[in-house]
Ligand binder design. Sequence first.
Ligand code: PHE
Length: 459
Amino acid sequence: MSSNEIIDSSQGSPRGRAHWSSRVGFVLAAAGSAIGLGNIWKFPYITGEFGGGAFVIVYLGCVLLLGLPLMVAELMVGRRAQTNPVGAFQVLHKPGSLWQTAGWLGVASGFIILSFYSVIAGWAIAYVFKSLAGFTGTAEQIQGQFVALVTNPVQSIFWHTLFMALTIAIVAGGIKNGIERWSKILMPSLFILLTGLMFYGLFGTSGGWQAVSFLFNPDFSKLTATGFLSALGHAFFTLSLGMGAMITYGSYMERGANIVKDAITISILDTVIALMAGIAIFSLVFHYGMEPGQSVGLIFKTLPVLFKETGRWISVPFFVLLTFAALTSAISLLEVVVSYFVDRLGWKRVKATITMGTVTYLIGILSAVVSWQVSFRGQQQGFLNIFDYLTTNYMLPIGGVLTCLFVAWVMKEKDVQEEFGSTGLAYKGLRILLGYVTPLAVLMVLLHGLELLPFVSYE
Ligand code: PHE
């Protein structure tokens, strides 16, 4: 199929492609994809682990220099090709092109990320109910509730089922009536809730100022090479890059919208939300004199102990917010997979959504049962950790770098220029970033993942 045929098919032919109904709708949906557990659960805890401000600066640098150009690249590929990630690389290169591997990797990442994502998001829903009931007892008892939840497969699977059902229901509704409509409701709600929580942290607790200085006052002595490279992996994860989500969302864009402007807006929204979440969370942590480096348990173990003091009016909005954020990301993960089955195999959307949602759900059970462990990198580990590790450290960076190289070296220059909308300095800068800087940076991350970087000591 030639690229023109595919582009024409979007103009109202029987297999006409759906499009976003408005620019705001697209930006909210794409920001919804970007803003997720990565911002509210992961960003604060890895920032805590790597000592605060210095990590934040490196992370901001990665978003600006590597994430933003890749987001522009993915949106350009998607909009130009008007099809799913696997098809897009073929439409823009040639049928059967080896570059479609990047698309395949994306579909595979979609399955794997969503499978464990839904388990964590399920815990968030469970905590909405726990918050409603109120946190009581000693700190050990409150933290014990989390252990009790995750080690009980029936409960964990129950919440995972509920979350996946919600995700399937929204995606089955389609682009305008499902994804866009719900993003328009959930994203503003999330923003209002988070603004309230941030102001409470800043002015209602005594930890506000300390939280701000922890996030913005760099202490470079605390920054390790691992911190540096985690910042890069996280920049990809948090912006939903490297797995075709932005290619897919881009494929529902109309000509005419300014991709660069939209990508900047989405990246800024994502970054601002992560920082706001950081302020809201660390204010409480410092107010009660706790340690910021609590790792994975920060949200589900440490915060509930603090919520016992603040009461329901802080804890309920917090976990509702976390659930909303997760939901708008999960729908984009499922959409990548669904778009492939709809475009390539001609499946009906509802059939594709239910079937693929169910398959992902079943894979998710591996992560929901934490006692199922296998030996991985010399340790017994649960599937959730393994899947998170493999996708963030390998699949997203590899998928991302292939997309960068594709846009910089393979895609027709005329197509790229038209999508970008200008040939000035910004365009030249983008080509350098995509063609050299991002691939090099990602190569370093991969080598680090394999513990092969010469200047880092791997004890
Ligand atoms: N960006 C989402 C988050 O921060 C996760 C995600 C990754 C979503 C990749 C879609 C694709 O939580």
